[in-house]
Design a protein. Structure first.
Length: 256
């Protein structure tokens, strides 16, 4: 396996028309790490995620996936690169009219049409078991809790054994215990599957609990303010960054 970083962002500017969201972003995401995109509301965290997974074109700069310039590549090459991705959207994005097994199986069927329905169902059941949902194959999204929906969405994101797993606000709408359990699951999956995890969150318990490194996006300056481990950023970051991280520590103390 190549030692090159699976994701490299170079001089990236993100904008909606003439409105710049972030500019001059430069960072690398190393293979096998849990990398967090963090910052306050409106700083462009989810917008950056959309750029990384190929849903939004940069105003300027490059996103390199496995050494290839994603946006300079032909459409067929971009599709091949995206097959290495698994994405868990904030809402979970499950089809309400499908069972959990059918939700996961739909992705497998799209990419592996040569498999029989029984083979697809078996693989989907394995993915659900992988995230702790063994026995819930025939349940519908309306019949399970919010935390279980996130796990089901994670199972679907893992359907094609992705090399890079993108997760948008996994703790949104969850209580602290469910959030901690989901963090533990993400960490365990990274360790067992060897996938690179890119996670958007503003939740400090998650950032300090599982992130190897994080990038902090500042809404006021529209720039990347800092990059490093959460512990180093807390110790040596600029005042606004330390204020952001201290807020999280205060919340953790209140939850303890």
């Amino acid at each position: 396996m190549s030692d090159r970083p699976p994701i490299v962002v170079q001089d990236l500017t993100m904008a909606y028309g003439s409105r710049v969201i972030q500019q001059g972003l430069n960072f690398q995401i190393q293979r096998g790490e849990i990398f967090v995109i963090m910052g306050g509301s409106g700083c462009g965290k989810s917008t950056l995620l959309r750029h990384l997974i190929g849903l939004q074109t940069p105003a300027r700069g490059q996103v390199l996936i496995q050494g290839q310039d994603f946006w300079a590549a032909e459409e067929a090459s971009r599709r091949l690169l995206q097959r290495q991705f698994g994405v868990l959207f904030q809402s979970g994005a499950l089809w309400s009219s499908m069972t959990l097994n059918e939700n996961v199986g739909l992705i497998i069927e799209q990419h592996c049409p040569e498999l029989s329905p029984a083979e697809i169902a078996e693989l989907a059941a394995f993915k659900l078991a992988l995230v702790g949902l063994r026995g819930f194959d025939d349940y519908y999204p309306s019949e399970i809790s919010g935390g279980m929906k996130k796990r089901a969405g994670l199972a679907r994101a893992l359907a094609m054994d992705p090399q890079i797993l993108f997760i948008d606000e996994p703790s949104a709408g969850l209580d602290p215990i469910s959030s901690k359990n989901l963090d533990d699951l993400i960490l365990a999956l990274r360790d067992s599957l060897g996938a690179t995890v890119v996670m958007v969150t503003h939740e400090l318990p998650s950032i300090f609990g599982i992130a190897d490194r994080a990038v902090f996006l500042d809404a006021k300056t529209k720039t990347q303010l800092a990059l490093g481990s959460p512990q180093d950023l807390l110790a040596h970051g600029q005042p606004q960054l330390r204020e952001f991280l201290t807020r999280g520590q205060t919340e953790m103390e209140q939850q303890a």
